[in-house]
Design a protein around this ligand. Structure first.
Ligand code: SDX
Length: 403
């Protein structure tokens, strides 16, 4: 085994790289994007401005942001390139399945996934031509994320796809593509548009979470970014990760009234049930995003009215936070605990919630992918080792002699 050390189950306490993008202090409950505290960005920035920060390392000037926003919207809002593809799914296909496959499909459509482009290690040259191609793919993937999400939403309703007029923000264009039913002068409710933009910003990146690691593991073979993003999207889909916002609502619906919370928590302690939206691999005091989500929820409920599940969620939160079982295991609410209540209040269908996590997370996935492609010394393929604990050497036995 030549001195190999098995990192604990699930990469516990294992650093796979050095990064300049996102800083998390799990004990102090700190989250910063390129050094800026998440609380300040949520208050003063927008998702797309924060996307620029995560990708390129500094807050954009007015002209830099204008170019970035124009490119993202220009490369993103058309749906013709994936119309047939998205309509090929069954009417009840889970939108995450559509989104995951559509990302991989895009690469073939634009021909930027073809082997010839990869042959010369295009991405790792870092020269002007390759940086230009990388940026165009980044613009397209961020722009397309909202369009493909809206298409997955409308496929199920048998609705036509719509293209937002110019002048809408990134999040406003998304809401237009989701909700526009041909009414004159559609504009999204500004409070709801702002709330969704804050949620996008909060979900933009989170250092080496399972899906970002998947993107880098996949991208390390120098495959195109569309395929790497599709792999990350598949990882995010799971209920232990981005699928938790959907699982929280299903959990709250199954609990029903607040008076059922104690019995539910007992079942969790007996490991018969999972307390979704609680716990985190890194945060051992609190997830700083959860406080901002909670505040945003109050803003949204002023417009939409309170969700009847809120009472149960608050009763569950209060009971778990003072229960020895959860305190001992340092379990606190994470970003998914309240976000689903907002999406529900805004009228999104339950199985669409993980899509609302994946759309903004495309930014973080691409920021890490770009950082890896341009790293000093080029890209090393990610190929971990194992400790073999299986059978020793043995000889083949013909089937007639086996008992
Ligand atoms: C996200 O990594 C990221 O940064 C992710 C994310 C991001 O932005 O990318 O922050 C987004 O995915 C947030 C997490 C969303 N998932 C959920 O809410 C699902 C419920 N949470 C758990 O599945 C769990 O807490 C995880 C998956 C989030 C973390 O799991 P870990 O770090 O592997 O922790 P663990 O399973 O080793 O738990 C330690 C102990 C265990 O008890 P013991 O076996 O030691 O007795 O805590 C218990 C676990 O059983 N535990 C829970 C629990 N989470 C952990 N018990 C009840 N309910 C829970 N939610």
């Amino acid at each position: 085994e030549k001195g190999l050390r098995v990192s604990d189950k699930g990469f516990l306490n294992t650093a796979v790289l050095r990064s300049e993008i996102t800083f998390i202090d799990g004990d102090a409950g700190i989250l910063r994007y390129r050094g800026y505290p998440i609380e300040q960005l949520a208050l003063h920035s927008s998702h797309l401005e924060t996307a620029y920060l995560l990708l390129y390392g500094s807050l954009p000037t007015k002209s830099q942001f204008k170019v970035f926003e124009t490119e993202v919207l220009h490369h993103g809002v058309t749906h013709a390139d994936a119309e047939q593809f998205c309509r090929s799914f069954r009417y009840d296909a889970h939108p995450m399945a559509i989104l995951t496959s559509a990302f991989a499909y895009l690469g073939s459509y634009y021909g930027e996934a073809n082997p010839s482009l990869q042959g010369q290690n295009l991405y790792t040259r870092g020269n002007a031509a390759s940086l230009e191609i990388m940026d165009k793919q980044i613009y397209r993937l961020i722009g397309k994320a909202t369009t493909l999400a809206a298409m997955a939403y409308r496929v199920r309703q048998g609705r036509e796809f719509v293209t937002p007029p110019t002048g809408f923000s990134y999040t406003g264009s998304f809401l237009y593509q989701m909700d526009h039913l041909g009414e004159e002068n559609y504009t999204p409710n500004p409070v709801l548009e702002k709330a969704l933009d804050v949620l996008f910003l909060l979900h933009a990146d989170h250092e080496m979470n399972a899906s970002s690691t998947t993107v880098l593991q996949t991208g390390s073979s120098l495959v195109d970014p569309y395929s790497a993003i599709a792999a990350g999207c598949a990882s995010l889909y799971g209920p232990l990760h981005g699928g938790a916002n959907e699982a929280v609502i299903r959990m709250l619906i199954s609990i029903g009234k607040p008076e059922n919370v104690p019995a539910f928590l007992e079942a969790v302690k007996k490991r018969e049930k999972v307390l979704s939206g609680f716990g985190h691999r890194v945060y051992k005091t609190s997830d700083p995003r959860s406080f901002i989500v909670r505040k945003t929820a109050d803003e949204v409920f002023k417009i939409t009215g309170k969700d009847e599940l809120l009472e149960t969620a608050m009763a569950l939160h209060a009971a778990a936070m003072k229960d020895e079982y959860f305190i001992k295991r340092k379990l606190a609410p994470n970003v998914d605990f309240c976000s689903g209540l907002i999406y529900r209040a805004m009228g999104f269908p339950l199985d669409f919630f993980p899509v609302l996590f994946a759309v903004p997370r495309v930014v973080g996935w691409l920021a890490h992918w770009r950082q890896m492609m341009l790293q000093e010394g080029g890209v090393k393929i990610w190929r971990p080792r194992q400790i073999y604990v299986g059978a020793g050497k043995r000889d083949y036995v013909p089937i007639d002699e086996r008992v």
